[in-house]
Design a protein around this ligand. Structure first.
Ligand code: SF4
Ligand code: SF4
Length: 164
């Protein structure tokens, strides 16, 4: 940067060079002003765009029409609308429970026989009520769970299981 004294010395010693220098500086100043104006306009546009995007990101199911499923991991846990109670959860003292008990003479009995079992486990995957387990690589049917659907019989590749 040229100092005041240097400029004064140039003006006194060489006025023509000083005039040319002033004209050149004036042109550069004009160009810089235009460039600044363009950058300011671009900056304003970008600020507006950032604000629009930030507003869009800040929207969720609470402040827009978006469904709760779109809230992602930021979704708060659902809260029960019930008022708090001093009583413990579950059955209250004095309440007689009801459950299904085993009976001596059931209405229907399904007996399974497993023969020639290779222990492939296909029937275990097929049973819809998880009544079959492999014990020492042989299928065993829990008759209490079995509904008699017959899927294991159809699925067994060895024909080793049957309903009787
Ligand atoms: S008959 Fe049906 S319910 Fe019974 S063991 Fe086979 S797949 Fe399971
Ligand atoms: S599908 Fe048949 S062979 Fe395979 S484990 Fe069951 S009963 Fe045994």
């Amino acid at each position: 940067m040229i100092g005041y004294d240097q400029v004064l010395a140039i003006c006194r010693s060489d006025p023509e060079s000083a005039a040319r220098m002033l004209c050149e500086l004036s042109r550069e100043l004009d160009a810089l002003r235009k460039e600044i104006a363009a950058l300011q306009a671009e900056n304003a546009t970008l600020r507006e765009r950032v604000q629009t995007l930030e507003e869009r990101i800040a929207k969720d199911s609470h402040n827009s029409h978006k469904p709760p499923s779109s809230d992602g991991l930021a979704k708060p846990k659902p809260k029960s609308l019930r008022p708090p109670s001093n009583r413990p959860s579950g059955g209250q003292p004095g309440h007689t429970g009801h459950t299904l008990h085993m009976v001596e003479n059931p209405d229907r009995t399904v007996r399974h026989t497993v023969e020639r079992c290779t222990g492939c486990g296909v029937c275990v995957d097929e049973c819809p009520v998880l009544a079959i387990t492999l014990v020492r690589h042989v299928a065993r049917v829990d008759a209490a769970r079995c509904t008699g659907c017959g899927q294991c019989v159809e699925a067994c590749p060895s024909g080793a299981i049957s309903l009787a």
